[in-house]
Design a protein around this ligand. Structure first.
Ligand SMILES: *[C@@H]1O[C@H](CO)[C@@H](O)[C@H](O)[C@H]1NC(C)=O
Ligand SMILES: *[C@@H]1O[C@H](CO)[C@@H](O)[C@H](O)[C@H]1NC(C)=O
Ligand SMILES: *[C@@H]1O[C@H](CO)[C@@H](O)[C@H](O)[C@H]1NC(C)=O
Ligand SMILES: *[C@@H]1O[C@H](CO)[C@@H](O)[C@H](O)[C@H]1NC(C)=O
Length: 730
């Protein structure tokens, strides 16, 4: 294929380039006959006309969050206990939704590295799930047959996180419901062998990271199963090394009686260990355990102060997102309706949320990150919320439009929850959760990637008209341009591709107009570089291609109103990360940003308010691999951000000619360069800043300036008519 060829040529040249300048010279004829590679004669002229501008959409650059690759669970949600309610274990054992009341767990339940789906397991986990009529679903037996046929049963991506201590018998039970509404009917019964000590351990999300001197808030719900216990039980909790040989902190939970109660302890670790575990021990008797939560003290008990992991939150803030699209992605849809995301079970006290199986990405979601927390996250980021609702379509089931009334009502209720006054039913729930002030909500996405699925058009219309009737100002996002089928205010545009295609794609939006194509939300895009086998992937070449593509978004930002890279987050332990490239990679205690992250952050920082006509004129009739976009940072255009992208495997000199400047060009400028030692240059846990922007001062800037752009680089020149404030781009 043509694409493959182009890619191979670039890789060859790039490798040669890193070896020596001479190797590059000898390969030169393969590239551009006219390139001299000397700074004396520019390859490319970039003409900018500051008299021709159009506005840049105010919310152009934002972020897309999806619960994929443990982005939430084991990611931004700071809970340290994996499967705190035992529901993931119960689900994979086909116990959660069965009629059985007890399941004694044999050794096979703990064999994994990851949990396996029981061949007879039921997919159901959502409160609506039993009503298959409601969702027009096929019978359970048929679903299981299809699932088995598709090879769907097997290992999940959720590690075995609970294990018994000693010869303790662990039994999942539904006989001691903790809540009246049945949301927390499941619990775990611990029964040590007669007269022997025993208990249970949790290994967190690939280890519990503890730091010497730091405090951790434990919360657990416990009771004695017998109703006529003679003596009150005590449970010892400990943070300890992975094999239990070293203890880092202990506490005793006393007076466990014969009704459910919440027990808390603050544990102060005396050692640093990224791979610790939590143990609950009892000396005799039996105990029922539910909802075991451990958060760093800064997050508060059960995440009550802030449920977000601070290093990941800081990285997200570094992207200066204008909006946050959440909670997916395919996560919104589910494989089937029953494991889509539904907001009502995701709000209220975290200990009472049922959670659901994330059927797309194969791990348990506690829904600790529920609609409320997503809105708090949006607020912390200073971003506009883009709330994507389930529209009655999943990957394998479509709900007939005649049956989606309850889901449309759900959507309207969610808007009331977010924006309603405190005297409305759902607004008052929000207030009771700690946020009496209503949030603003402008954007709602109606489903994800659902065009072409049965009932999409009619379901879309049902949501569209109901929401518009009650909230006329709301901007609704379709999954494609609906054409004559339905009104389209804005539509999702998704693209994952190789680096060369992404670079070439910078003209994608040039042929679009608002009149013909409506407004576009480029809500998922990224270079997926399948050619690179090292994990995690992501490199400067892909990032530079994305930067070039983004210059096309700025040029066409009358059409492209919103844009977000995807995916945002990946826990490296999730099958080595599912998607080939991601912005932020982390494990349980470390994180680093990929080169693509820095492109996103730089473009967001230099988004500006207006785009000035920028043309790239190559001296060669062939494409020189240069892209550019110039934006005014203020309405008077007194500050300019000049973005120059060199996708070539060799340095290139460009001459920049800015015309019709009444202001905006000072004598000095801040020049920020993002590049690497070769196309595959990237970051890692050990070298997190190998590829990172470096800023230096340029003196002698003028409307006619020559610059050398390094191979595979993004350069941003921030200049201002007021010399002293050249760095005011942010
Ligand atoms: C300067 O602005 C005028 C008016 O818009 C335009 O006609 C002219 O082409 C511009 N000059 C350049 C060099 O871009
Ligand atoms: C299932 O949903 C249908 C359609 O809304 C409804 O008529 C029926 O009563 C529901 N059944 C149960 C058991 O909730
Ligand atoms: C940490 O505390 C535990 C008791 O909680 C103690 O057994 C252990 O020796 C202590 N370790 C260090 C390094 O102080
Ligand atoms: C820059 O553009 C102006 C207006 O088109 C032109 O007169 C001038 O020669 C150009 N300078 C260079 C170095 O190309």
């Amino acid at each position: 294929m043509q694409k493959g060829k182009a890619c191979a040529a670039i890789i060859l040249l790039a490798l040669a380039c890193t070896v020596s300048g001479r190797a590059l010279q000898s390969l030169k004829p393969l590239l551009h006959e006219e390139n001299t590679l000397t700074s004396a004669s520019p390859n490319v002229r970039i003409d900018v006309d500051l008299s021709q501008t159009h506005p840049v959409a105010p919310n152009l650059y934002g972020i897309f969050f999806e619960e994929i690759q443990h982005a939430g669970e084991g990611g931004i949600y700071a809970e340290l206990i994996q499967d705190r309610t035992f529901s993931g274990l119960a689900y994979t054992q086909a116990f959660l939704d069965s009629d059985a009341q007890e399941l004694v767990l044999g050794p096979s339940a703990f064999e994994g590295p990851t949990l396996s789906l029981h061949p007879l397991h039921e997919e159901a986990s959502h409160p609506f799930s039993r009503n298959t009529t409601l969702y027009g679903a096929t019978s359970l037996a048929e679903q299981l047959r299809q699932h088995a046929q598709n090879g769907g049963l097997g290992a999940t991506s959720q590690p075995v996180s609970w294990r018994p201590l000693g010869s303790t018998t662990l039994t999942l039970t539904k006989q001691y419901s903790m809540t009246g509404n049945g949301a927390r009917s499941l619990s775990m019964r611990l029964a040590p062998a007669q007269g022997a000590p025993g208990g249970i351990i949790n290994t967190g999300f690939w280890g519990i990271p503890v730091q010497a001197g730091h405090q951790y808030e434990l919360s657990a719900y416990l009771r004695d199963p017998s109703s006529d216990a003679e003596a009150l039980l005590s449970i010892e909790v400990a943070l300890e090394s992975s094999q239990g040989s070293h203890t880092y902190a202990t506490a005793v939970l006393e007076d466990v009686g014969c009704s459910w109660a919440n027990f808390r302890a603050t544990l102060t670790a005396n050692t640093t260990d990224p791979n610790a575990r939590l143990a609950l021990r009892l000396k005799g008797g039996e105990v029922l355990v539910n909802m075991v939560s451990l958060f760093p003290a800064e997050n508060g008990v059960e995440g009550s102060v802030s449920p977000f992991r601070s290093d990941l939150l800081d990285l997200m803030k570094g992207l200066q997102p204008r909006f946050l699209r959440f909670p997916g992605g395919c996560y919104v849809e589910g494989v089937r309706m029953r494991n889509g995301f539904f907001w009502k079970p995701s709000v209220g006290p975290v200990a009472e949320r049922p959670g659901h199986w994330n059927g797309m990405w194969q791990y348990w979601s506690t829904d600790g990150l529920g609609l409320y927390e997503y809105m708090v996250l949006t607020e912390e980021l200073g971003a506009e919320p883009i709330w994507v609702i389930n529209n009655g379509l999943s990957h394998e089931e479509s709900m007939p439009t005649a049956h989606i009334g309850p889901l449309v009502a759900d959507a309207l209720d969610s808007i009331e929850f977010i924006t309603g006054a405190t005297d409305t039913p759902w607004g008052s729930l929000r207030a009771s959760m700690g946020h009496p002030e209503p949030w603003d909500l402008t954007y709602i996405g109606i489903g994800n990637e659902d065009c072409g699925k049965p009932y999409y058009v009619t379901n879309y219309l049902a949501f569209f008209h109901a929401i518009k009737e009650h909230y006329p100002h709301m901007q609704l996002i379709a999954n494609c341009n609906m054409g004559s089928d339905a009104p389209t205010e804005m539509w999702d545009w998704h693209w994952y591709t190789d680096p060369q295609s992404m670079f070439n794609g910078r003209y994608t939006f040039d042929s679009m107009t608002v009149a013909k194509d409506s407004y576009v939300f480029a809500s998922e895009y990224a270079v997926f570089d399948w050619g690179i086998s090292t994990i995690p992937r992501g490199n400067i070449q892909g990032a530079v291609a994305e930067a070039a593509f983004m210059t096309g978004m700025e040029r066409n930002s009358e059409v492209v109103q919103l844009a977000a890279y995807a995916p945002l987050l990946a826990n490296i332990n999730h099958q080595g990360a599912l998607c080939p490239t991601n912005l932020i990679i982390y494990d349980n205690h470390r994180a680093f940003a990929n080169p693509s992250y820095h492109v996103q952050a730089l473009f967001a920082q230099h988004q500006g308010v207006a785009y000035a006509h920028t043309s790239v004129n190559s001296r060669s009739p062939r494409d020189n691999g240069v892209a550019a976009s110039v934006t005014c940072q203020d309405t008077a255009c007194a500050s300019l951000s000049i973005k120059l992208v060199n996708y070539a495997a060799f340095p290139q000199t460009v001459s920049l000619n800015v015309s019709n400047a009444t202001a905006g060009i000072g004598k000095r400028a801040d020049v920020t360069v993002l590049t690497g030692s070769g196309p595959y240059a990237t970051n890692s846990f050990d070298l997190p800043f190998e590829v990172a922007p470096k800023t230096s001062e340029l003196l002698g800037m003028s409307p006619e300036t020559q610059l050398e752009l390094p191979a595979f680089s993004v350069t941003i020149i921030a200049t201002s008519s007021d010399d002293s404030s050249a760095a005011a781009a942010a």
